[in-house]
Write a protein of this length. Structure first.
Length: 427
């Protein structure tokens, strides 16, 4: 009788203990959630780190959006400054900008950017000072290309940006006569959607039929996503310095489109639209490297008339209504899809800079009615307005950092030097 009562009591106590242990975590869970929601999580930290920058430490680091620009005149520096201003105005991530330029352009751009002392996110600007002779030397080492385009030799450097910037893995290239009107991070994230083979993305217009240009107007090298690492690995452009037997990608592409170089100087004299003619040969010959870019990021004033869209008209227009007014989408990757403008490109305007184009003063001009307000807004937006002022005590202030590469070496020169060092070590 005695031992049976003890056994029943123990079973009862054991059951109560199990129930208690099951309920206890639920109680403390509710308490912890309530205290965290009220900011009470600090009470669970040691006294010496309660004021630490814990939110910044817990938040994942934002990936910078990387740009590569070619800026080679006072006019392009003035346009480029407006482009950079629009990037800083809308970018929700840190910004990293790599700029090939001369000394005068560097001074101008730095004078504007120096007005931004407390940006929303970190800004890093790297200048690559290059001389015209260094550009000519690289083209001479390539052996076949030349240009009669108004952009001249500096324009051809778009084919070599991955060589001038050997530590940059991927970048957005934009011509200076353009403006962002949306978050550039949206464009940057398209890299994440690339096929494994893709190295180049740009606007694609298969409906363009300019045979005199070898149909090079079917693309636009004005806005490009470029995987620099892949372009270096596949050796995009040739050089007489390469002597390891590895072929470059572009020579067979150029021959397939334009034949052998037949100009009086042994170079191509039948390629139109400058660098774009050579990019066209590359992507036409190697479509596995290419993906078309949404027209959202190439709202151009040249040929495609900004697709008929703009700031004119009522703001509550449905996509179906706007689609009915859009132009130049038939037979393109954008067919059946509305253009939602995110980047404006003011090319083919006859002026030193697109901001100085006379049409912006003509109330009857179609382009002015569509986009004049955007140009005036971004041109008038003050650099100092990009400053964010005071921050929360736990937030690290963002900064603008300037770096200048002391001596430019193209990638073919780096490879050649590496090959020479390898031979010396093994002989």
């Amino acid at each position: 009788m005695y031992y049976g009562s003890v056994s029943q009591s123990r079973r009862l106590l054991l059951l109560l203990a199990v129930v208690f242990l099951c309920v206890l975590p639920l109680f403390f869970k509710d308490v912890l959630v309530e205290k965290y929601q009220e900011g009470g999580w600090r009470s669970y930290l040691p006294d010496d780190i309660q004021d630490a920058v814990l939110p910044d430490l817990l938040a994942p680091a934002l990936e910078p959006v990387v740009f590569a620009f070619m800026i080679w005149s006072r006019g392009s520096a003035e346009e480029g400054a407006q482009l950079i201003k629009s990037i800083l105005l809308y970018n929700s991530n840190p910004t990293e900008i790599h700029i090939v330029c001369g000394e005068d352009e560097r001074v101008y751009l730095e004078s504007r950017l120096s007005l931004v002392t407390s940006p929303q996110h970190d800004v890093r600007v790297v200048f690559y000072p290059v001389t015209l002779q260094e550009m000519l030397d690289r083209i001479e080492r390539e052996g076949a290309i030349k240009t009669d385009h108004e952009a001249g030799t500096p324009g051809l450097m778009k084919l070599f940006l991955h060589e001038i910037m050997p530590t940059v893995k991927k970048a957005i290239y934009v011509d200076t006569d353009a403006l962002f009107i949306s978050d550039p991070t949206i464009l940057w994230r398209i890299f994440d959607t690339f096929r494994p083979s893709t190295a180049i993305a740009m606007g694609y217009h298969p409906e363009q039929m300019a045979a005199a240009w070898h149909y090079a107007s079917r693309i636009c090298s004005c806005i490009m996503l470029l995987d620099f690492e892949k372009l270096r690995d596949m050796r995009l452009m040739d050089s007489r310095l390469y002597d390891d037997g590895k072929p470059a990608l572009s020579p067979p592409a150029f021959r397939a489109m334009y034949g052998e170089p037949a100009g009086p100087d042994g170079r191509y004299d039948n390629v139109k639209l400058g660098d774009q003619g050579f990019w066209w040969a590359i992507v036409d010959h190697r479509p596995d490297l290419f993906e078309p870019l949404s027209f959202d990021f190439e709202v151009s004033s040249c040929l495609v008339e900004t697709y008929g869209t703009g700031l004119h008209g009522k703001d509550d227009m449905t996509e179906e209504e706007e689609m009915r007014s859009m132009l130049h989408l038939g037979g393109t990757p954008q067919e059946g899809k509305p253009v939602r403008p995110k980047l404006l490109h003011f090319n083919c305007l006859r002026a030193e800079t697109y901001m100085e184009w006379d049409g912006w003063n003509d109330p009857n001009d179609v382009l002015n009615r569509k986009w004049g307000a955007a140009v005036r807004y971004h041109n008038g937006y003050k650099w100092s307005w990009l400053n964010w002022g005071t921050r929360e005590p736990h937030q690290r202030p963002a900064t603008v950092e300037f770096l200048t590469v002391p001596k430019i070496e193209f990638y073919d020169e780096l490879v050649h030097r590496g090959q020479q060092m390898h031979r010396r070590r093994h002989h």
